[in-house]
Design a protein around this ligand. Structure first.
Ligand code: NAG
Length: 424
């Protein structure tokens, strides 16, 4: 990057003789312009000229910078009297977070001995980008968190000073979050992630956001951190049966263990909040409990007792699907299962003789009623339809009456006791 950032050096010279002159009301002050991160040897200023020294005498008078360590960030040239940069000066290395970075130099000459105190202020250049302590931040936020909830994030650091340090934060576009900055002073701006719209785990269980820190340089330098928000579930969804209507048919007399139907409900919540168990409705008829079993895990309804069409031909069974959320926050759905029982031909017709004259005079007229017979069959439909007939070579016949299933047994021809005294 072009190093044309404006910077200034300020040299303050306090010559011993100047101190004396100062007492006489005279003071010298010199200003230079130069940038941080200069090339090795870059000229800071003409020290000899500013101090009013004779160039020809610099070498023999030992014109130099006095240091205790032997190293200095600057050198003086004994030929031209210039103050030069020694190596490269990085303000952040020399001064770290001190905002006003001032380096004091002691310049000496001998014969006669002169000491000049020179102060150089190094002005910052935007040579660092903001960086976050971590590349990725993970947060877990409940879907019940209310808008306005705040989550503190780690601030980005930028070793540059003043406006060259972190000035603002930007968050990638999203509906649920925005960023807020709390100014802590001393160039410390704390970012907070603020929930602005409630989360719904069932819609989006993870949000990926990008936080960008910008410094105040022109153009600004940036650093980024990814924020991953995992949405924690709350039990906010009811179980839902996968079918609207459960209507099945079942033959009577099926063996115990026969599966009638398997119900199924699902729940969009996570973990136990989404696990389902099935129960009969609380108001269930105790007779049903002797005939049907409901497997609480699988939702299978099986036969456990005798199913008799002739007793009941239709069952409505209330069942419930509940999730396994926290006991007081369980959600439940109801369903009614209709079971139609289909008749099988399991009942024999029954014959009842309602009135019977055991003796018939042989001179009775043809068509005399001997007995009234009613027949019945508990089965339904054709299974319950009864056909009646009697042995054909007898002098009797059955005649249907106006009522269903009632017949009269009448004589079909004249009888003769002397030929046949008894008929079975
Ligand atoms: C219940 O329904 C869900 C969703 O349709 C399906 O994934 C699951 O396998 C079903 N369970 C049974 C036991 O049929």
């Amino acid at each position: 990057m072009e190093q044309r950032v404006r910077a200034s050096w300020r040299l303050e010279l306090l010559h011993m003789t100047l101190i004396i002159l100062f007492w006489n009301g005279v003071r010298a002050q010199i200003r230079y312009s130069l940038s941080e991160e200069q090339k090795d040897g870059a000229v800071v200023g003409n020290l000899a000229k500013d101090l009013g020294l004779d160039l020809r005498s610099l070498k023999e008078r030992g014109f130099r910078i006095v240091t205790t360590s032997g190293d200095s960030l600057f050198t003086v040239n004994q030929i031209d009297g210039m103050l030069n940069v020694n190596g490269k000066i990085d303000r952040e290395t020399v001064c770290e977070r001190i905002i006003a970075c001032i380096i004091n130099l002691k310049i000496a000459l001998e014969n006669p001995l002169e000491i000049h105190y020179v102060s150089v202020e190094i002005v910052d250049v935007n040579d660092h980008a903001p960086t976050f302590p971590e590349k990725e931040k993970r947060l877990e936020i409940s879907e019940s968190a209310l808008p306005g909830a705040r989550y503190q994030l780690q601030a980005a650091r930028d070793p540059d000073s003043a406006t060259n340090s972190v000035q603002q934060y930007k968050l990638s576009h999203n509906d649920h979050f925005r960023i807020e900055i709390k100014d802590r002073g001393e160039d410390r701006k704390m970012p907070f992630l603020v929930l602005q719209k409630a989360l719904d785990r069932e819609t989006t269980s993870r949000h990926k956001l990008l936080l960008t820190a910008l410094d105040g340089g022109r153009p600004p330098k940036t650093g980024t951190m990814e924020i991953i928000v995992d949405v924690l579930d709350v039990n906010d969804n009811m179980p839902v049966f996968t079918q609207d209507v459960y209507s099945v048919t079942l033959k009577e007399n099926v063996p115990v263990g026969t599966i009638v139907v398997q119900v199924n409900a699902t729940d969009m919540d996570d973990g136990t909040n989404g696990e389902i168990f099935y129960t009969f409705g609380s108001d269930i008829d105790s007779k049903l409990l002797k005939l049907f079993d409901l497997n609480s895990n699988t939702g299978e309804i099986t036969v456990i007792g005798p199913i008799d069409y002739e007793e009941t031909n239709n069952y409505d069974i209330d069942i419930q699907a509940s999730d396994k959320g926290p006991v007081n926050y369980r959600l439940t759905s109801d369903k009614s299962i209709t079971i139609k029982i289909i008749d099988v031909n399991d009942n024999a017709p029954e014959i009842e003789v309602t009135s019977f004259s055991s003796a018939v005079p042989e001179d009775s007229k043809v068509g005399t009623t001997v007995a009234l017979i009613s027949v019945s069959d508990l089965d339904s439909g054709v299974n319950g339809k009864v056909l009646c007939y009697i042995t054909e070579d007898l002098p009797f016949r059955l005649t249907p009456s106006s009522q269903d299933n009632i017949y009269s047994l009448v004589t079909a021809s004249s009888l003769d006791r002397e030929t046949v005294p008894r008929y079975d």
